[in-house]
Design a protein around this ligand. Structure first.
Ligand SMILES: [Zn+2]
Ligand SMILES: [Zn+2]
Length: 111
């Protein structure tokens, strides 16, 4: 079961949604990475890794971080201030550089 959250910047209102379990993937017969989406449990059982969406807190670039090959810096600008989009609570907003993200209590979604 996955849960979704939405974080909203208190300064500019920029909203980011994230799923608790990221994007699980498996490698198919041809060696290509395939994402398994809910509720495909047969495919989920084959998953060997997980790509989770991260946000650069410096330039606002969103990118995937592979659990099998994690990176610690933004591929766009090289900043080390990156955050998992599921854990943005209290992080400074890179879009307006003034507000911070807070979870939206009115948004709740379960798959
Ligand atoms: Zn903002
Ligand atoms: Zn960046």
């Amino acid at each position: 079961m996955a849960e979704a959250v939405r974080y909203v910047c208190g300064g500019c209102g920029h909203a980011i949604e994230a799923w608790s379990d990221g994007n699980p993937y498996y490698i198919d017969e041809a060696g290509a990475k395939q994402y398994a989406y809910h509720p495909d449990h047969k495919r989920l059982a084959r998953c060997i890794g997980n790509d989770s969406t991260h946000l650069c807190l410096s330039c606002g670039h969103e990118f995937m971080v592979d659990s099998r090959a994690p990176v610690t810096a933004c591929p766009g600008c090289g900043a080390r201030e990156i955050a998992d989009t599921y854990h943005l609570d209290g992080q400074r907003c890179p879009f307006c550089k003034a507000g911070v993200f807070a979870s939206d209590p009115g948004f709740h979604c379960i798959s």
